[in-house]
Design a protein around this ligand. Structure first.
Ligand code: RFL
Length: 389
């Protein structure tokens, strides 16, 4: 079998790329380790930037999203019972976030690709990348029924997430890794509970950070800063709700938190990671395979989709004009946005936690929040970074 492009991984990066190049007339095959049911039900992100939505619209894949997603243009900060809002949409070009769960994005992308005759192999294992430095790399894998498959290709798109095999196939001497552990840990909670807010809430409390993010009219995501080394099993449902009530509470307000059944609970690795360059020979890394970021600024899925479009355009250019300029600049083009997002994420991590590093940083966090609450210029800068240029 020979295909122009092999896409390893059917997450937001791989599926966006597969649809993009399919619509540009470039043939590809997608290899995915998990089952279709698993990838279409994996709840993670839920905030899409206007750029990601515009791109899905241009691919004709945004009908369900545009019909059902909530639009958000403001977020709220709570500091020990006091609150202030930043109306980032008013401050930055009326741009808004779209609240649409990642698994719904994945469902739309899978359906779109298959409807146009796309080839996705789910539940594959033992994926191996060979001859990446040559002009004809090959990929081998084991199918669900145990048979071995092999495909020759021009390019490999490594979209298999942080723990995948693609990045590891690159000799370590060819890469520089940048990794930063933020020194805090979050418990990520998904609950069958309608949102108790119309705007994302970031709450700084003496017990630690708490966040209330939106996902759908019936499901909400919450985050709780937990002591480093905590296990998710240490947090019973009762303990989670008690902490959320306490940290999100407001003085002199009738605001209340609606509880619900906890459907997922996990401790997040609050680590940022970037690898440079994002390519080696004919292998190009996309999304979490090349960089991970904390969920603070809701950037991860959007960066993954941006990589896909950047690589998709470079491939389209290569196959229509023969130019490899886009392929050569792919890594630098993506890394500029990745590092911008990492800088913003780090700025936010330091602002919404009282105890990152040392008491000195705790005071800086408080000064930063006070500045954000009171300065229109600082809010405009936040808005630019948050909702994206
Ligand atoms: P994914 O989504 O991890 O997809 C990788 C795919 O590759 C498959 N795979 C393999 N396939 C074949 N062979 C192998 N050897 C393979 N190894 C792995 C996997 O099964 C999977 O299907 O990476 P991608 O496409 O780069 O997308 C990245 C996003 O998923 C990620 O950045 C976001 O989910 C991050 N994130 C958030 N991003 C946002 O923009 N906004 C948010 O609000 C947000 N919240 C979150 C998040 C991530 C979270 N977790 C669990 C990491 C909240 C959470 C809790």
């Amino acid at each position: 079998m020979k295909r122009a492009v092999v896409v390893v991984g059917a997450g937001p990066a791989g599926l966006t790329l597969a649809n993009f190049i399919q619509q540009s007339g470039i043939d590809c095959i997608v290899l995915e380790k998990s089952s279709r049911i698993h990838v279409e039900n994996r709840a993670r992100a839920g905030v899409l930037e206007h750029r990601s939505v515009a791109m899905l619209e241009s691919l004709g894949l945004a009908d369900r999203l545009l019909a059902t997603a909530d639009r958000h243009g403001a977020c709220e900060f709570r500091v020990n019972g006091q609150s202030f809002q930043v109306s980032y949409s008013d401050l930055y070009g009326s741009l808004q976030h779209f609240i649409y769960p990642q698994q719904e994005v994945v469902k739309d992308l899978v359906a779109g690709f298959l409807a146009n005759g796309g080839d996705i192999r789910f539940s594959v294992s033992d994926v191996e990348l060979r001859n990446l430095a040559s002009s004809t790399p090959s990929i081998v894998w084991t199918s669900e029924d145990g048979t071995r498959g092999e495909v020759l290709c021009d390019f490999v798109a490594g979209c298999d997430g942080f723990h995948g095999v693609c990045r590891k196939a690159i000799p370590s001497t060819e890469l520089t890794e940048f990794s930063h552990y933020h020194g805090v840990e979050w418990l990520a909670i998904l609950a069958d509970a309608p949102p108790s807010t119309k705007a994302v809430i970031y709450a700084l409390h003496t017990d630690g950070f708490a966040g209330h993010m939106l996902r759908s009219p019936t499901v909400s995501r919450f985050y709780l800063q937990v002591p480093v080394g905590t296990k998710a099993s240490d947090w019973s449902g009762e303990r989670v709700w008690n902490a959320l009530h306490k940290r999100l509470s407001l003085q002199d307000s009738t605001w209340s938190l609606t509880e619900g059944k906890i459907i997922e609970k996990r401790v997040l690795d609050m680590r940022s990671y970037v690898v440079e360059p994002m390519s080696y020979g004919r292998l190009f890394l996309l999304g979490d395979a090349a960089h991970i970021i904390t969920p603070v600024g809701a950037k991860g899925m959007n960066l993954a989709m941006n990589d896909a479009v950047t690589f998709g355009r470079a491939l389209a250019d290569y196959y229509t004009t023969g130019s490899d300029v886009g392929l050569k600049t792919y890594s630098d083009d993506c890394l500029r946005r990745v590092w911008r997002a990492q800088e913003f994420s780090q700025w936010m991590v330091n602002m919404i936690h009282a105890d990152v590093g040392s008491p000195f940083f705790g005071r800086l966090a408080r000064a930063r929040l006070e500045h954000l609450a009171s300065s229109a210029a600082y809010q405009a800068s936040f808005a630019e970074n948050y909702v994206g240029p």
